[in-house]
Structures are given as structure tokens and as C-alpha cells.
Design a protein around this ligand. Sequence first.
Ligand code: LLP
Length: 427
Amino acid sequence: ARTVTRDAEGVATVGGLDVRGLAEEFGTPAYILDEADFRARCRAWREAFGADADVFYAGKAFLSRAVVRWLHEEGLNLDVCSGGELAVALSAGMPADRIALHGNNKTTAEIRQAVEAGVGRIVVDSFQEIVRVADAAQKAGRRQRVQIRVTVGVEAHTHEFIATAHEDQKFGFSLGGGDAAEAVRRVLRLDSLELVGIHSHIGSQIFDTSGFEVAAHRVIGLLRQIRDEHGVELPEIDLGGGLGIAYTPDDDPREPQEIAKSLGEIVSRECRGAELAVPRLSVEPGRAIVGPTAFTLYEVGTIKPLEGLRTYVSVDGGMSDNIRTALYDAEYSVALVSRSSDAEPMLTRVVGKHCESGDIVVRDAFLPADLAPGDLLAVPATGAYCRSMASNYNHALRPPVVAVRDGEARVIVRRETEEDLLRLDVG
Ligand code: LLP
């Protein structure tokens, strides 16, 4: 997080608190989240997009009730993709009309829950789902606002598993193949649905804005086709999330102002060309807001030097609190934060405590050669898709999320306990 500094002894401090004290009070591993940084990023996105656009935070990156309250206070909307996320959002007081529901296989129960709560939009993803949402809306006696998710055929330059706009995958309606136009026809025929816009999400951890520009061009092409065929101009477009963050010093992310400016320009240019009124734009950043705001604090356990290779440094967590290295070959950095050291750097691999060799937190890292059990390590930029993708593999207890602000720390998601695990085990 931005506010991490070092004190005179080389101990890292965040939000005015020393990491040794945090480890003592809350234990390790723990996700330490800088609330001021989170709020500042929310404001940066809101200000960059201005009053004519909406920013929907993608809850899948990390969601808790405190986060929902911060979003609400900072004027952001929320994108949820399951009944569970919706329940957290509603229970923390997010107004339903500021919530959007996503997903390629929303259950009938999730659709009903969302419709009855009065969510502001449901992003429909398949022909069958159009019927399911229409039925739920009719039963609830509501007219449900929907967007249609399309795949624009952009190859986002990111890991295959997190690219979502090419043709051969499970999300959305193909623009090129004509399914998108057919989805529009079907939605427009249903009285219980109000078609408000078109949605596109091209992928995640993207650094280059050109993919968004192509997506905007194609989505506006569809709006024009809809106007020509049906005589209606849809009032909204959503260009999804996906803006990358810096995991290592080599990454060079775009700022929200840059992306807002480039999207704003392309949308107005394309609309002018198509003689369309400029629709209300929305975006759905997850990682770019929460990712940089947290780091994971680990304690070093076993250190195993392998002659001629590298030193394996084991920490007290691993793939159960950060699956991204194993799953996507994600790169992270790591630093010794509990003291300073003048020792020579040694080549290490930081690994977890799980029963497999792929349980790697940081593949290649230089750490001081005098590293010892009990030292604290911090892995930055773990705010997104780490706690939210955490598991109980090997019956690991998922770590807490500790929010720090102005010299105070408070647990916003508590550490799991063995009782939590045993409570579910009812055999
Ligand atoms: N909107 C939609 C419809 C999405 O599917 C996603 C992410 C987002 C917004 C937010 O994307 P972001 O701005 O956070 O990149 N677990 C993976 C990423 C999968 C993202 C899935 N959808 C990871 O750890 O990198």
C-alpha cells in the first residue's frame, strides 16, 4: 500500500502502525489493508469518470461489509456475481438500485433474490437466462432493468484464464456471430424487462487501453444497429473492469484519469459518427481499486538452502491465502519488513506450508542472506483476488483482513478458527 514507510530501525509501518505490533496483535498470516488508500482510489475513480458515468466496484476482488460501507460513502456502485456477494452488499446497507448482478450461470434463486431486492441492473448472459430473469420479474410484479453482456472478440493480452472477450469461452453473447442482436430482439419483446444497455468485459490485468477502445467501438456499433432495427437508443454502456496494477516494479499500470479520458473520447467520437446520443458510461474496476491497498504479512518458518540452486523460504501461509502464483503464474515481490539488514542478497523462492510443490508465493525473490525464522515478510498488492479466492486447503484457517487507518487497526474479516471448520463438519 502507498503509505508503507520504514522507521529508524527499518521496521515497516502502515497507516501509522508498525508491522511487528500488527503481527503480535493479529497474528500471521494476515492481510493488512490501508483504508485511506482504498478510499483515495475510490475517489480517484469517481473523480476521473465524473458525474456522467458510474463506477461499479467489482466485489469479486474482495468484499466485506466494511468495504461496502466505504464504497457507499465514496459514491461508488457495486457489481456482485453471486447470491453471497449480494447478501453481504445488502446487509451492509448498499442501496439495491446501486447494485448490478453478473454471472454466466446465476441460479433461479439468485435471480429471484436480486429482482426482489430491486437491484439496479442484471447483466444477462444467455438466452435461457433472459427467460429466467423475465419470469422472476413478472412473478415479483417488477420491470427489471437489464444489460446484455456481449463478447466483442478482442484478444486481451493477459493470461488465458482471465481473458473474457474472445469467442471460445463461456461468457456473454457473441457480437460477431449475431447472438447479441438476437438477445436484444428477445429482451425487447418481454414486458417485464427493460433493456437499458450493453455490457462488455474484455479481461483482467490489462495495461493497454487499446482493447477497451476496440470494445467501445464494437459496442457502439451494436447500439447503432439496435437504433436502426428497433428505433430505440439504449441509454447505457458498461465497458467492464480489467485495469492492471503493479505487482512488480516492471509493471506500468494506467491511471484512472488516463482510462477515463481515453474511454470518454472514444465513446463520444464513435457516437458522433453514428449520430447517437452519448450513453451513460459505467466501468467495473476491482483489482485496480483494492489490489494495491493491501499486503500479506507472513512469518518466516523453515529456511532450506539448496546448494547451487536457491534457498527455499517457507512462510506460515501459501496457496490457501494466495492461489494466484500457482494458478496464473502471477508475479509478486516480497520484502523483509520486521527489521533492516545489510546482509548480501540471496536468491530465494518463497513458498507456503501446503502439501504440494506448486505451493509458491513468490517464485524468484532476493532476500537478505541473514534471514531467520521469526522474521516478517510482506508481499505487496494482495488486496485483490487473494482473500476472495482463499481456501481451507489442508484445513488451513483463512487469514483475517485487518484495516489500518490513522494509527488504528481493526479486524474487518476475522481469522478463521478450528471451531469454524468443525462447525461445518457435521458428519
Ligand atoms: N466485471 C466483470 C464482469 C468481471 O468478470 C470482472 C472480473 C471484473 C469486472 C473486475 O475485473 P478487475 O478490474 O478486477 O480486473 N481471479 C482473477 C481475475 C478474474 C477476474 C474475473 N472477473 C485474478 O486473480 O487475477
